[in-house]
Design a protein around this ligand. Sequence first.
Ligand SMILES: Cc1cc2nc3c(=O)[nH]c(=O)nc-3n(C[C@H](O)[C@H](O)[C@H](O)COP(=O)(O)OP(=O)(O)OC[C@H]3O[C@@H](n4cnc5c(N)ncnc54)[C@H](O)[C@@H]3O)c2cc1C
Length: 425
Amino acid sequence: MAAKPHVLVAGGGFAGLETAFGLRLLLGDRVRISLVADREEFLFKPNTIYLPFGGAGDRLHIPLPGPLFRRHIAFHQGTVAGADPDALGIELTDGTRLRGDFLVLATGAAMLPQEVPGLVEHAETVWTPGQMRALGRKFQDLREDALAGRHRQVLFLVPPGNKCAGPLYEIALMLDTWLRRANARSPVHLTWTTYESGYVQAFGPQLHRVVEQEFAARDIDGHTSAVVEKVGDDEVRYTDGRIRPFDLLVAFPPYVSAVDFPALPHDDRGFLHTHPGTRQVTGHPQVYAPGDAGDFPVKQAFLAFLQAHAVAEHICTVIEPELLGRPRPFEPISMCVMDMLDKATFAQVPLEATGDPAVPVRVAPDAGDRYRVGTSPAWRLGKKALGLYLPVRFRAGRPFHSGRPWQAMELALNGMARTLADSPE
Ligand SMILES: Cc1cc2nc3c(=O)[nH]c(=O)nc-3n(C[C@H](O)[C@H](O)[C@H](O)COP(=O)(O)OP(=O)(O)OC[C@H]3O[C@@H](n4cnc5c(N)ncnc54)[C@H](O)[C@@H]3O)c2cc1C
């Protein structure tokens, strides 16, 4: 009897786990699955935004060995150094070589703060839990200064090359609420600057309007098309000649691929060129790149899940053509909830990649009423529910985005979206 086909997954994040658990659910024991990751734990990045405000610390990590063992997925802890697409192999930094019949490269993204002169030396950046905790200590000092009546300038900065600015918007809006609750808001001047031509540009005019209104209501001085040139020790210089001073600078740096795969086609930031629907790497039909590692212009966990789902179904169809019929392609409909601590904004956004480097993604022209944005305190519960549901699924070795529990969750989210959405102008 022929050996079972072997799927080798690199990365234990949203895309890697969703692909591995999804494949096991679809194919049962008809496939051998292995997963390589440099860390033994899954990190639930979206909830790290609460760390600067003293929350979420103990619920961010899910140990990988248990859930993988439960689903008979071999786990190999190691750091991926590169891939050999012709041999369908992965090389680790310790020299180990692993082979599969299919490769899933889901090693995600990394930050490149060095791209902006002065950013490393003078800014607090948001990416790792450690950086979030360090930012929390700065926020504590800020609150103490404000309570002592000392005026402080906090400047937020999104430079070009950042692919997911939403979390920094959340931190700015949450900081406003957090300071107000401590009666420490008035001595603090909050300024927001982004290279984007609209707030959360990728998610279109409705989300821009919501953020604009929130900034006005919260006295946050917001600026779009503000492209950083360099950062000094107490001021940021922009390409239009403007200079903005700060006591505390908080930035979300430019993105690059976490791992370089020079033997595979990639863009100037190392993100792998993929087929839009299947996430197969261009010219390499047995190599896939779901999630942040691939070239979809918006880097988001929800989109990583959808891509992983498309990958699992595609591989399933190659291995067992009769099982599913036609695999569902990746359809980029983003869902996100932006927390402000006192309320939250929900956005469901059908997206379209444009191929234009200046505006790489836009709201799909045929989105119609599937493009929904709304703000309500109730959306905070939606975010909490998603944050509770995901660990339950991953701890059980089940994909997030499938089965009855997800259908119920999706129904509830869609119901909330219909009733709580703002009417588009
Ligand atoms: C602060 C913050 C808040 C966010 N909030 C949201 C949100 O609210 N909603 C949302 O949808 N998205 C959010 N995102 C984006 C989301 O977290 C990412 O899009 C998502 O993590 C991408 O999933 P991924 O599996 O592609 O990559 P990752 O989750 O980054 O996983 C990559 C995996 O690869 C492993 N890895 C990396 N390099 C190597 C290597 N060399 N060798 C072996 N393994 C390696 C990593 O350890 C990890 O297991 C947020 C991101 C941040 C930083």
